[in-house]
Design a protein around this ligand. Sequence first.
Ligand SMILES: Nc1ncnc2c1ncn2[C@@H]1O[C@H](COP(=O)(O)OP(=O)(O)OP(=O)(O)O)[C@@H](O)[C@H]1O
Ligand SMILES: [Mg+2]
Length: 251
Amino acid sequence: MASDLLHIDNLTVTVGGTIPLLNSITLSVKKGEVHVLMGPNGAGKSTLGNVLMGHPGYEIQQGSIHFDGQDITHLETEKRARLGLFFSFQNPEEIPGITLENFLRTSKSSITGVEENVFIFNLALKKIMKDLDMDPLYANRHLNVGFSGGEKKKSEILQLLALNPRLAILDETDSGLDVDAVRVVSQGIKQFHNPENSLLIITHNTKILQSIQADHVHVLVKGSLVASGDTSLIRRIEEEGYAPFLGQGGS
Ligand SMILES: Nc1ncnc2c1ncn2[C@@H]1O[C@H](COP(=O)(O)OP(=O)(O)OP(=O)(O)O)[C@@H](O)[C@H]1O
Ligand SMILES: [Mg+2]
């Protein structure tokens, strides 16, 4: 546990006081590792991502979350972001009133505590946008407003690369992307990853893993982790679906 970047211990989460969404989840992610979280619709994958980021809409009934040895179970979202957690939303919100570039520069300044130089940040952002095959004019558009589904997902990867967190939780970042965009996003994830950071990739579509080697694969069913293993688990799911795992989850 000492060397874990993220350690989730026996975590049980409800919403509305009683409805259980996650049951006794225990999961560890070490520095440098890539973990994949799979599971049928409604299993609780996004809920886990939200809870790890400190979403106030969920109640932790038992268990703990440690990040780099620090207990963050009840820490505010902003402080988690400062520690280096990043969550890319399954359905990124449109935020009128702030441009993508201003949002990213302000976020980065807030996370690092160092005021970003406007000119230098703009140059760095343009470079990342070029790598992601994004039109630089999108930096001046209001955050995700009017972006297509795929453009929103690319914008999330732009945020990932600009903010450079220590643990990135990516929630279906590949959904709604065309074949070329999947390749670009997958390359973006590869570009981000290094031995000092970690990824928890929530996905239904393993094409996003074409550029990156996953170390561990977990299957979540009805709020419970029912299987963990290597990438052979992905092949098994692709061939047999979730049927062999159903009936194992739930409280
Ligand atoms: N705030 C909430 N209030 C009530 N129910 C919720 C809330 N958040 C999540 N749920 C329920 O918890 C279950 C898990 O939802 P979640 O979004 O985590 O699933 P998922 O595994 O991400 O599914 P998908 O693959 O479809 O994205 C669903 O039945 C969902 O309706
Ligand atoms: Mg989800």
